[in-house]
Design a protein around this ligand. Structure first.
Ligand SMILES: C[S@@+](CC[C@H](N)C(=O)[O-])C[C@H]1O[C@@H](n2cnc3c(N)ncnc32)[C@H](O)[C@@H]1O
Ligand code: SF4
Length: 462
């Protein structure tokens, strides 16, 4: 099946570099171990003292999975041993109590997300215990908040989904990736299509307000034909959101990816065809292309947020609720308090040691300078709205844009010449071709990338 892509081979050759996905700016590579729990408690105290303190978005990281998917770049612990979770759940409850004690009780939780790993690796009663502890130590919003959970379809049944709904989860995300059997085998994630479709249907029947499906392109053995089939079946299942992630192949960093045969991976041109296929087909089916890797129905909150300019990038990808502090709990979880970021320790041992000492288990972070905040605003605008109001930036930040970003102007002009963007002294607008390379455009505003060569630590943009 031939798919026309907006980018030609020459552009692919020139722009297929590695770069961040900008779920934060500065990225986690910039975090410093000089930041610790004392800094965090200071940040929270300051944010409590804001004239109008923001509401809270909670994130829980549940790292466990039953089996390994070879492509996986998430922070996870693969085990068959269900008893491993009980000590983690106890520690997580300690962290919830500790974190809860820092925030003023009038700051309401309006958003909660459970990610992993696989949160549904936990037993039902463990999920319930964590929710009860959360409700005890934080003030949950009286009106229904946005409570979402990531689910591996192989770990749930329609009955279990009903239980999750009764616990208060009202949004759900299923990892599907690809329905093709050869692809599934090549990545060690064989999952029955009928089971997946039955679970999506059950989530609809149980009135989950927003159902997301994760797909991936660039997986081994994937072809435009096989991916087109997967897309058709997902469109028929009619989810509210679809994420189509670009497979980040970094075998030096993620050991299980070494079990993927390099020869089975589609080349950059085919990868772009797969993305273009998803963009064209999903748009025809009525989905709005939010950006990067996300699509949503026009009625979905993400599209509404994009339309009214409140969409933001965070560690879960695109998100609404730009005004919240993000309180992230569990190993490796990343919090955002005011303008600052912190990350929890990576190992279970370090997590336990910190919590036994009643310390927030932070091991690194970053306090943003005003230059970081300016660049973050620009990158967020480009990622979320594909345009930048230069005049607004100049007035708000009292800068001369072309002088401040002097070093980037030549590259931006080159990108304009390549048809990736249009630029006037007032405005940058990214073209449909440029949307496929929005990471490369944002990289022009990344001071740290320009100061040091860190590109080998990121995945390829195509
Ligand atoms: C934590 S998992 C989702 C929940 C559950 N563990 C599952 O797999 O169904 C998050 C998602 O990240 C995506 N993902 C994982 N590894 C990736 C990689 N190397 N490149 C791009 N996306 C990846 C997959 O689409 C996956 O569904
Ligand atoms: S993709 Fe999901 S289930 Fe597979 S290893 Fe990663 S986190 Fe676990």
């Amino acid at each position: 099946m031939a798919v026309k892509t907006y980018l030609n081979q020459d552009l692919i050759n020139r722009y297929d570099r590695t770069g961040p996905r900008y779920t934060s700016y500065p990225t986690a590579l910039q975090f410093s171990t000089a930041i610790g729990s004392h800094d965090y408690t200071d940040w929270v105290a300051q944010s409590n003292d804001d004239p109008i303190p923001g509401s809270l978005s909670l994130y829980f990281h549940i790292p466990f999975c039953n089996t390994i998917c070879y492509y996986c770049g998430c922070s996870k612990i693969v085990t068959k041993d269900k008893s491993k979770t009980s000590s983690y759940v106890r520690l997580l409850q300690r962290e919830i109590a500790l974190q809860g004690s820092l925030f003023d009780r009038d700051r309401k939780v309006t958003q909660m997300h459970w990610g992993g790993g696989t949160p549904t690796f936990l037993q039902d009663q463990e999920i319930e215990q964590i929710l009860n502890t959360t409700a005890k130590h934080f003030t949950m919003s009286e009106s229904e908040g946005e409570y979402s959970i990531e689910v591996d379809p192989r770990t749930v049944t329609p009955a279990r989904l009903m239980l999750l709904r009764s616990f208060g989860f009202n949004r759900i995300s299923f990892g599907v990736q690809d329905f093709d059997h050869d692809v599934q085998q090549a990545v060690n994630r064989v999952q029955d299509k009928q089971l997946v479709l039955a679970n999506i249907k059950a989530a609809k029947d149980h009135d989950f307000h927003s159902i997301n499906i994760d797909l991936m392109y660039g997986l081994p053995k994937q072809t435009t034909k096989s991916f087109a089939d997967t897309l058709e079946q997902i469109i028929t299942a009619d989810p509210d959101r679809i994420a189509v992630y670009n497979y980040a192949h970094m075998p030096e960093l993620f050991k299980p990816q070494r079990r993927i045969e390099a020869d089975d991976l589609p080349d950059p041109m085919i990868k772009l065809e797969l993305l273009q296929l998803a963009i064209d087909r999903l748009q025809q089916a009525g989905y709005v292309y939010i950006g990067m890797d996300h699509f949503a129905k026009a009625s979905d909150d993400l599209v509404k947020a994009q339309n009214n300019g409140t969409l933001q990038r965070n560690f879960q990808g695109y998100s609404t609720h730009a005004d919240c502090d993000i309180v992230a709990m569990g190993i490796t979880a990343i919090s955002q308090i005011g303008d600052n970021y912190s990350q929890n320790v990576k190992s279970l041992e370090d997590y336990e040691s910190a919590l036994l000492l009643e310390q927030i288990p932070i091991y690194r972070g970053i306090e943003l300078e005003s230059d970081d905040i300016l660049r973050r605003e620009i990158i967020n605008e480009l990622m979320c709205n594909f345009r930048l109001d230069i005049k607004h930036i100049e007035e708000k930040w009292r800068i001369n844009f072309s002088r401040y970003f002097d070093a980037s102007m030549i590259h931006l002009s080159k990108m304009m010449h390549d048809g990736l963007l249009q630029m006037t002294p007032e405005l940058i607008e990214i073209t449909p071709e440029g949307r496929l390379l929005v990471r490369s455009i944002c990289m022009e505003f990344d001071r740290y990338l320009q100061e040091r060569q860190q590109e080998e630590q990121y995945s390829r943009v195509i």
